[in-house]
Ligand binder design. Structure first.
Ligand code: SF4
Length: 321
């Protein structure tokens, strides 16, 4: 059940993000939200099991309001076992531990943070509005307050220039935070975003699909000793099966990256095309009856049009969102 606690995004400058551009941010009062909850109770009864507080950063609401709203959700919907909200690390780092703990005790139990990168150069390039230090501080404070913490990382966000540093700095920042979940969300240069302008002005050069997998491999290799869950649950990710519990599954995840990177070039192109067309999710599914001839026909057509396959894949990735 989606509960709108604030409208749009208070920051709204992230270069890669198309979501709330042009929309004005505002907080909603606790009374407005309580009225929504009463209406939702009439419609949904006791059915809701999970609740998501909207929009981009409800943690910015007054702590007392969040406590009131979370308590009301718990009272009205007794079968809810999880309330989740997005939270900017900048906001989490500014909230006192006492306030975050009160909100946690009132029933908000999971926070998703769009960390995107632990590398200051990348955070500055994409105007994330948070430094590496704030990301670490905000994440640690959320953990101290008792939240289940999920951090999003964006492979490819530093482009070719910062790829290696982006991978290593993000891994080392996450090792300090020790979140419960790390979620991969591959960068796409979405049309009409500032990242698109940066690409046009040659300040950002997108990675190839193989470079992104190599970057993810470097990132994962930097998570040694960390106990967390890796999730690859976004359609923009090439390798959707990069999922597992660290540290036990780390060798298996690295082997999945290696398996892709070691594919002969034509097989690699077939897999990327099939993934970007959302036909399959794993390399071994390339064996599906009749799939290879179809992919080869398309790849031959792309080549006849004098389009580099990588350019075509990049365009497909842009259009996924
Ligand atoms: S990524 Fe999140 S914080 Fe950044 S502009 Fe988009 S909604 Fe706002």
């Amino acid at each position: 059940m989606l509960v709108r606690v604030s409208r749009n995004c208070p920051w709204n400058h992230c270069a890669f993000c198309p979501v709330y551009k042009g929309e004005k941010f505002s907080l909603r009062t606790a009374d407005e939200v309580l009225a929504d909850l009463a209406a939702m109770k009439r419609v949904y009864g006791d059915a809701p099991r999970t609740v998501f507080l909207q929009d981009a950063n409800p943690i910015l609401s007054e702590p007392d309001d969040l406590v009131t709203i979370c308590r009301a959700i718990r009272e009205l919907f007794p079968n809810v076992d999880r309330i989740t909200a997005y939270g900017r690390s900048h906001t989490l780092a500014k909230r006192s531990l006492a306030d975050l703990t009160r909100i946690r005790q009132a029933g908000l139990n999971r926070v998703h943070v769009g960390m995107e990168s632990g590398c200051d150069e990348v955070l500055e390039l994409v105007k994330k509005g948070s430094t590496r230090a704030q990301q670490i501080e905000g994440g640690k404070r959320a953990k101290q307050a008792g939240f289940e913490l999920s951090e999003y990382i964006m492979p490819g966000l530093g482009g070719t220039r910062w790829s290696d540093k982006h991978a290593k700095d993000s891994a080392s920042a996450l090792c300090e935070i020790a979140p419960d979940f790390i979620r991969l969300r591959t960068t796409a240069v979405v049309p009409c975003t500032p990242l698109c302008d940066l690409e046009r002005e040659k300040q950002f050069e997108a990675l190839s699909e193989a470079q992104i997998v190599q970057e993810i491999r470097t990132f994962l290799a930097g998570l040694t000793g960390l106990t967390t869950r890796i999730e690859s649950d976004h359609v923009l990710n090439l390798l959707m099966n990069l999922r597992g519990d660290l540290p036990a599954d780390l060798p298996r995840l690295l082997a999945l990256c290696d398996r892709f990177l070691e594919l002969p070039e034509r097989q690699r192109q077939r897999f990327i095309l099939a993934r970007r067309l959302n036909l399959i999710t794993r390399v071994d599914e390339l064996d599906a009856p009749g799939l290879l001839p179809k992919l080869d026909t398309l790849l031959d057509e792309i080549e006849r049009e004098n389009v580099a396959p990588e350019t075509f894949f990049h365009e497909l990735r842009k259009r996924t969102i």
